[in-house]
Design a protein around this ligand. Structure first.
Ligand code: ADP
Ligand code: ZN
Length: 431
């Protein structure tokens, strides 16, 4: 059993007191790192926190700041206290490094175990971790958390899909950790290539994360595999996965507020937004020793979900991540997140498991093309059926994103698949 009611169900006042106490310690500790020492001196900043809101006096830390202090400018403890280093995936440029003490690793595992428990994972489960091991945090992060929970952990890593299927069947795996795009691909290989019935598997839960995905995608995955799919959010700068986790109610992700102080800001002005407004998530570590990070701009777009969760946990929930500020693209003057397109595609029953967005510019005009895999049966049927699907997609997309796209229908399995973070958008205007 891994449930910490004394920490997860605590009153809002107590939680705030814990945050304030830990924030003071964090700022003191951060001041020992070369990066923050210089910054605090430059701005004349002191850890005189009387209220948690005093954090707003501190400047933001950005991915660029981490890159500038590469490799270890934000480390706040002597090197002999460090036991592990991880790196970000480098989705948007050079990877950033994060260093951990023994306590940091212990706390990270605890937060992951808490989240897994909230999603219904138990010590009796067989947990196949299908995220890549190594510098990326998705592998080892969930590995230690699931072990701490007491599950039997299979460190499968990502890729090698045949082997994954063999393990899933032979070990009767009940829980997997995987990216949503790899889960779609896994479904494709099992059903279309191996022709194995999904009823042969013992799976009951998939923990998915590492990339934005829509509610429609979750529902579709749940339907294909007949399992429950839970969203897990994190980023290497804040340890990795396990910052926020969905509970059994699947309505937003509880963000572990005794370990992270969360703000939502307007990405343009940097102003903190009132609760419930959508903006960029900013996080401060509250209990990390090796590398405390203050007001980190995640670039992830979300909002707080108001109200108490029926599960009893008092830590506030955030909505699933809509995308990163840098994922957003502008076509014909309209701001679009890939997740908006994905949400439309996954509602259409004829759509299969994969898609790709291509943007280019021709004679000064933007063109948005959406390539969509359509279920096999439709390619063998009459052409007018395909035309009808195409028209439906164009109309529904136009209603939702306000731009008329070109829609190309392709056969299942023909678009590039991913066993890690998927690359969904190709913006040829930037090439
Ligand atoms: P990088 O920033 O280079 O991709 P990370 O491996 O640290 O490196 O990835 C963290 C990022 O992955 C997050 O900031 C977020 O954009 C994305 N991410 C992680 N989990 C989720 C999730 N559950 N939903 C949406 N996006 C996610
Ligand atoms: Zn809950």
């Amino acid at each position: 059993m891994f449930f910490q009611p004394d920490k997860e169900n605590i009153s809002t006042d107590k939680l705030k007191a814990i945050q304030e106490e830990n924030l003071i310690r964090t700022i003191e500790l951060a001041g020992r790192s070369p990066y923050y020492r210089k910054l605090f001196k430059q701005y004349g900043l002191k850890p005189d926190i009387r209220d948690i809101k005093d954090i707003e006096k501190f400047p933001f830390t950005t991915k660029e700041d981490l890159r500038k202090s590469y490799p270890a400018g934000m480390v706040a403890v002597p090197f002999e206290k460090l036991v592990r280093m991880h790196a970000s995936s480098g989705t948007t440029g050079k990877s950033t490094l994060v260093f951990h003490t023994k306590n940091d690793i212990e706390n990270w595992a605890t937060l992951v175990a808490r989240g897994l428990y909230a999603a219904g994972v138990r010590s009796t489960d067989i947990f196949q971790n299908m995220m890549s091991y190594g510098l990326f945090t998705g592998g080892l992060g969930l590995h230690y958390g699931a072990e701490k929970l007491g599950a039997l952990v299979i460190p499968a890593g990502s890729g090698n899909t045949q082997k994954q299927i063999e393990l899933l069947l032979d070990l009767r795996t009940t829980v997997i950790h995987i990216t949503p795009s790899y889960l779609f691909y896994l479904g494709h290989v099992i059903e279309e290539e191996e022709k194995i019935s999904l009823s042969k598997f013992s799976l009951r839960i998939a923990i998915v994360g590492a990339e934005p995905h829509s509610e429609e995608t979750r529902r579709k995955l749940e339907k294909i595999f007949r399992i429950k799919v839970f969203n897990c959010y994190g980023l290497s700068e804040m340890n990795g996965p396990g910052v926020a986790f969905e509970c059994e109610y699947q309505n937003g992700l509880h963000l572990w507020e005794d370990h992270y102080y969360a703000e939502i800001i307007d990405p343009e002005t940097g102003k903190v937004l009132p609760e419930g407004r959508e903006g960029e998530l900013v996080l401060t570590t509250l209990q990390r020793e090796g590398m405390p990070v203050i007001r980190y701009r995640t670039r992830d777009i979300t909002k707080f979900i108001k109200g108490r969760c029926p599960c009893g946990r008092t830590h506030r929930k955030i909505a699933r991540i809509k995308g990163r500020t840098d994922d957003m693209f502008i076509v014909k003057g309209v701001n679009i997140f890939p997740s908006q397109i994905e949400a439309v595609l996954m509602q259409i029953p004829e759509v299969d498991k994969n898609y790709r967005i291509i943007i280019d510019r021709y004679e000064g005009l933007d063109n948005l093309t959406v390539e969509v895999e359509v279920k096999k049966g439709f390619f063998d049927g009459e052409l007018r059926h395909l035309k009808a699907i195409q028209d439906k997609l164009i109309d529904t997309l136009k209603d939702n994103i306000l731009v008329t796209p070109v829609v190309k229908l392709v056969e299942p399995g023909s678009l590039p698949s991913s066993t890690g973070k998927a690359q969904r958008v190709i913006d040829k205007r930037r090439l």
